[in-house]
Design a protein around this ligand. Structure first.
Ligand SMILES: *Cc1c(COP(=O)(O)O)cnc(C)c1O
Length: 361
């Protein structure tokens, strides 16, 4: 059986160093906001060539606090892609703002810059782009729109650790880059964890305050904050994994190269362009008979996933909350997309086997 993912196998190369770092935290007796979090924040900021990094409890919180940092009035509109993972949209709603969904490009699966302008109104305050599957969005036209309409730019980088656009890391184009370190992500912890990166010292200060009950000084609360701190143990694990992030991404890219070359053209494959360094958090293909294909692969001992089976506008949770429910491009992606095995533990042999079986479909 070729698994889609196995967190035990993915993490096995790091077990020894994890244990060492866990032991250090355990014996230090300091478990919240200590030296491990500070160290990881410095390392992750440096990795991304960002000035600041603030460790948080999850990726959802990273987006939520990023939006919350600007204190937009209630009911402000925030533009998000219509085919994102639900977290991006929930972050907008948890700030009492209105998500305005914009369709993706059918080739890149990322928000279509040409469709954004029509969605901008006098109430629009920000765009949250999502670098889906580990491919950066087309940032130049998006940045131009943010300048033209004076909008804040937040990047959901939950799937794009280490991905670049024209040589610059995702997460560093806008005011905030919001990261998740959920265990399956390219940089995954051993539990929930997240962070934001930013280049502005005053924004850094606001996020630090928000994550810690709105407090700069213990027991003095400046604003209505959250408890959303990255904890010491997860930070200590993340420092181990961060050192290997480039290896993880290089491995996933080498497996993706095999798929791109080997899969027959019946399958719609991800696009590749020199301006983009893709990290393939997910390697998806599209096919009109996606469900039959998934079953066929399972019968041949190959497990796959669907990211995502239901488009956000069709989720029960969002009924009555949006202005519009008609997103044909998203629907087409959700109906036809299939994610193939591409974990750090998969070998070229695994992927060649998948290719061989798929090409007989
Ligand atoms: C994983 C993910 C999130 C949420 O991250 P959590 O750490 O699970 O809260 C947000 N956006 C996208 C695109 C994701 O893939």
């Amino acid at each position: 059986m070729i698994e889609y993912e196995s967190l035990a196998r993915l993490n096995a190369p790091f077990f020894e160093e994890y244990s060492k770092n866990f032991d250090k935290v355990l014996k230090s007796g300091w478990y919240i906001l200590g030296t491990s979090v500070k160290q990881f924040e410095e390392e992750f900021a440096a990795y991304n060539k960002a000035a600041h990094c603030i460790g948080l409890a999850s990726g959802l919180d990273a987006i939520t606090l990023s939006i919350g940092a600007f204190n937009f009035e209630k009911g402000s509109e925030i533009i998000v892609p219509s085919n994102t993972y639900i977290a991006t949209i929930l972050s907008v709603m948890q700030n009492n703002m209105k998500p305005v969904l914009v369709e993706p490009d059918i080739h890149t699966y990322n928000i279509d810059p040409a469709k954004i302008e029509a969605a901008i109104t006098s109430k629009t305050k920000a765009i949250v782009v999502v670098h889906l599957y580990g491919k950066a969005c087309d940032m130049d036209p998006i940045i131009a729109l943010c300048k033209k309409y004076n909008l804040k730019l937040i990047e959901d980088c939950a799937q794009s650790h280490g991905a670049t656009y024209k040589g610059k890391f995702t997460g560093t184009f806008g005011e905030f880059g919001a990261f998740s370190f959920y265990p399956t992500k390219n940089l995954g912890a051993l539990g929930d964890a997240g962070a934001v990166v930013c280049n502005d010292a005053s924004l850094d200060k606001i996020i630090r305050r928000l994550r810690n009950y709105g407090s700069d000084v213990k027991y003095y609360n400046e604003v209505v904050g959250y408890n959303s701190r990255l904890d010491e143990v997860q930070a200590a694990f993340l420092s181990v994994k961060l050192k290997r992030l480039d290896d993880i991404n290089a491995h996933k890219r080498s497996l993706a190269a095999l798929y791109l070359k080997g899969l027959k053209s019946d399958f719609i494959k991800p696009v590749v362009h020199v301006d983009y360094f893709d990290v393939y958090h997910i390697f998806n293909i599209r096919h009109q008979k996606r469900d039959t294909l998934k079953e066929y692969l399972l019968k041949n001992d190959i497990k796959t996933e669907i990211h995502y089976p239901v488009s956000p506008s069709k989720q029960k949770a969002l009924q009555g909350m949006l202005d519009k429910y008609d997103f044909p491009i998203s629907e087409e992606i959700h109906r036809t997309t299939l994610s193939l095995p591409i974990s750090f533990f998969h070998t070229a042999d695994d992927v060649n086997k998948v290719i061989e079986v798929m090409n007989k479909f």
